[in-house]
Write a new protein. Structure first.
Length: 228
């Protein structure tokens, strides 16, 4: 087992020692799997027979005697019992080491619980403070976006109330991106001077320069000459 402790709470020395022993047992198990792979994998006998056949074919084609010594089949067949015993022993060691890890955690539990309770109190307050700061910053950002829209509304000589940015984070976008997109949707420029007027669909509309250029370039809109 393993527990992810809060920041500032170290893993008990007894747990670290037990975990290191468990990791070492897993490492030995992995090495054994590689060492005895010829005798452990499914289809080990067929592959050994294929290697024997390939060796006999190569010797015959070369005009040499077919190997009469230990074959691959006999080698892996003899090795399979050894491999099974080694793997079974290593699995037993892993289970035993895992039990030691669990007991080390259990013995440390009372002390760790006290530390975790203190960490909860501390992080709970930090979370509350951070959330409050976030809400205040989000409100200030919302008001700033709305204020820019209202000022832009007035600069363009429009009467009546300007649109107000509320924001909807359900799409998963950042609040900043939502605010920027809202300004674009309402033809409000963050940088002064990049709003232009074009004739589009028989009506005069105001667009950001980039959007206006795309419309004009596509031949569906024309720039309005305010000086004409």
């Amino acid at each position: 087992m393993s527990i992810t402790l809060p920041a500032g709470i170290p893993i008990p020395a007894s747990v670290a020692k037990a975990q290191a022993a468990l990791d070492a047992a897993w490492e030995r198990y992995s090495e054994a799997q590689i060492e005895y792979s010829d005798a452990l994998d499914n289809g080990y006998l067929e592959r050994a027979q294929a290697r024997d056949a390939a060796a006999a074919k190569a010797a015959t084609l070369a005009g040499k005697p077919v190997p009469k010594g230990e074959s691959e089949v006999s080698r892996v067949t003899a090795l399979r019992g050894t491999a099974a015993g080694v793997i079974e022993a290593l699995e037993q060691q892993i289970r035993a080491a895992d039990t030691v890890v669990y007991r080390a955690w259990s013995a440390s539990a009372p002390e760790l619980r006290e530390q975790a309770v203190e960490a909860l109190k501390r992080t709970e307050q930090e979370y509350a403070d951070t959330e409050l700061a976030f809400r205040r910053a989000r409100g200030a950002f919302r008001h700033s976006v709305s204020a820019l829209a209202a000022i832009d509304h007035m600069v363009r000589g429009k009467r009546g109330p300007a649109p107000v940015f509320i924001g909807n984070e359900q799409r998963g976008d950042s609040f900043t991106k939502l605010g920027r997109d809202w300004l674009k949707d309402n033809v409000v420029s963050v940088e002064p001077g990049d709003i232009v007027r074009v004739m589009y669909g028989g009506k005069v509309g105001e667009f950001a320069t980039e959007t206006a250029e795309k419309l004009v370039g596509a031949g569906v809109a024309a720039l309005v000459d305010d000086d004409a």
